[in-house]
Design a protein around this ligand. Sequence first.
Ligand code: C2E
Ligand code: CA
Ligand code: CA
Ligand code: CA
Length: 276
Amino acid sequence: LRMADEAMYRAKRAEKDGLDPHAEELAAELGDAVRAGQLRVHYQPIATLPDGRIVGVEALVRWAHPVRGEVPPLSFIPLAEETGAIREIGAWVLEQACRQVAAWHAAGHSLHLAVNVSPRQLVPGLAERVFAVLDDSGLPYRDLIVEVTESVRVEDPVAVEELRKLHKRGIRIALDDFGTGYSTLRYLTALPVDILKIDRSFVAKLDGTPEGAAVAETVLRLSQMMHLETVAEGVESPGQAAELAGLGCVNAQGYHFARPMAADEVSDLLTEQNPA
Ligand code: C2E
Ligand code: CA
Ligand code: CA
Ligand code: CA
């Protein structure tokens, strides 16, 4: 399983590094994908440990390409970041997802929404546009989490300012893929961070030994000392879930609980969890 993961990781890196042979064509088509209605939002449940109760969802974009079929985000998000199309895509995902989660609230399910925001989206006016989407959808500010990675430049005053504005209004900021960047600890003081998402590469190392748990445990201790919440990513087995629970991790996400899925399928899970 580990070797398969490793191979997949390398393939994804290759795509990320622009080695996708179809990259140029895709970039050209991406501009129209939103307008042509080819994008979908899937939702991956975020659960509590150890019981697996759904307390939130992460919105993950999908591109149903008319010829190529489903194009994975790792093949087109980096392109969209390069061309700037990510702004339009990101705005569309946010709007769809806020409406959907507000509808779940109206149906009696309380849960939060996490959306991914790329550095290219952190431009002047972003926070105001997010507030407008929240106001339109009726989703409470406290139920939105903005996920950023360490590709946000902490030296960029505009990016930091937009995140501060969001944070000030009660929107929470999560550091995604935590621990995989170069200057992880610097981000904790430079950005208004509320949540750390433990990268799945560290969850994959959990094997019941203290060495395997070292990084996950360190992130959990750090977050406790800094009064931050944590979410473990990529939890694939009951053993990993149990080990994380033992280390005091409260929230988790991964195939062990649920894959990213269409809104209807999440509705079914929520109804099972809270029968009317
Ligand atoms: P991410 O934000 O780290 O999202 C988590 C990724 O891990 C998702 O991949 C999800 O399907 C996958 N995953 C979840 N559980 C497991 C598990 O147990 N095992 C394994 N091996 N993988 C798991 P996905 O949907 O392919 O998205 C890949 C990346 O694309 C995301 O990584 C995020 O960086 C980016 N992305 C997706 N949607 C958006 C979006 O709307 N906007 C932006 N800016 N980026 C997005
Ligand atoms: Ca994420
Ligand atoms: Ca992540
Ligand atoms: Ca990632």
